[in-house]
Design a protein around this ligand. Structure first.
Ligand code: ATP
Ligand code: MG
Length: 300
């Protein structure tokens, strides 16, 4: 696999959706239906591109693992039915399970509420050499918790710490935390799978109409849908405040699953190739030991 070529293609694909200076970010500049120059006639070619992307990813991940220096953290956030699970499944399908871990964050347990909000995520950070995936994350703290303030009051914080600047303080803390991770060799990439309200409705109805999809449906999701504008405002604010050149967001169009998947794969390849991963160099004395080991085995 020619990494240089793959890296160029991946970069071209992912770059339009990358947000690394939050200040000017406006969600309305991003269209959930966007498929760039591709149409649904290109779906088969997109599938082929994804297959090649997955192969490239798996080769890069082997180097990441062998080198054992960097870790990669991929964070996925989205409204319900935007396709987080499917993206994670497809994009990581070629990766050696030993080098990859997925963690899903649900509503916090009582044990988790007894700690600071980053605690539960810190426990699941990837080790060096691995790719860690967060299906939801500490970003829920400025999304669902902001949209439903009663959740903040379950967090057992001392009341004098819940002031009018609480959200700005959380943004500051998240930025500082991610800077800390970057400085420790954890490469962070964040994905907002941007689905439209219309497409979400279509997917909910599909879950209701097809018996084998019924299990995916939760009536709580319909209640959250009623707060769509509040959620979009919270996403916009969050991205504006936490998109940085070291830890960028990708706002990925999510109305067409085939397109979402190639953009995410491209962004992950772009991230990994930026690390210039190589298999560890074997020096002269180690090489001599290898030659000796071979001789010994051949003598047996
Ligand atoms: P699925 O796609 O299968 O529905 P999901 O990620 O939506 O997966 P659920 O169990 O349906 O998983 O939902 C998890 C819920 O937990 C979400 O509604 C999310 O907003 C909520 N949640 C996650 N983190 C927090 C948090 N820190 N505080 C409050 N709620 C949270
Ligand atoms: Mg859900």
């Amino acid at each position: 696999m020619n990494f240089k070529k793959a890296a160029q293609i991946a970069h071209r694909f992912a770059d339009p959706f990358r947000v690394d200076k939050g200040k000017r970010f406006r969600l309305r500049d991003y269209d959930p239906e966007d498929t760039r120059h591709l149409t649904s006639d290109d779906k088969d070619r997109a599938g082929e591109a994804l297959r090649l992307g997955v192969e490239t990813l798996s080769e890069l991940q082997e180097r990441l693992y062998a080198q054992d220096k960097w870790a990669v953290l991929l964070i996925f956030q989205a409204m319900d039915a935007a396709g987080k699970d499917g993206v994670i499944k497809h994009v990581m399908s070629g990766v050696n399970p030993q080098g990859c871990q997925v963690c899903s964050f649900k509503a916090p347990t009582s044990e988790e509420l007894d700690h600071d909000f980053l605690w539960r995520c810190s426990r699941h950070l990837p080790e060096r050499g691995r790719i860690g995936i967060f299906n939801r994350s500490y970003y829920e703290e400025t999304l669902v918790v902001r949209v439903r303030p009663e959740l903040l009051h379950h967090q057992k914080l001392p009341p004098e710490l819940i002031g009018k600047n609480i959200w700005d303080e959380r943004f500051q803390d998240i930025r500082a935390y991610e800077r800390y991770l970057s400085r420790n060799g954890i490469l962070v990439r964040k994905f907002f799978l941007h689905v439209s309200k219309k497409e979400q409705k279509r997917r909910f109805l599909e879950r209701l109409n097809e018996p084998e999809k019924n299990w995916k449906f939760s009536s709580a999701d319909v209640a959250e849908r009623q707060r769509w504008p509040e959620y979009m405002a919270a996403y916009e604010e969050t991205i504006r405040n936490t998109a940085t050149p070291e830890c960028p967001w990708y706002v990925v169009p999510a109305d067409n699953k085939w397109f979402t998947r190639i953009v995410v794969a491209a962004a992950v390849i772009d991230a990994l190739t930026s690390l210039n991963l190589e298999f560890p160099h074997v020096d002269e004395s180690a090489r001599r030991r290898l030659v000796q080991a071979r001789k010994q085995l051949e003598k047996e």
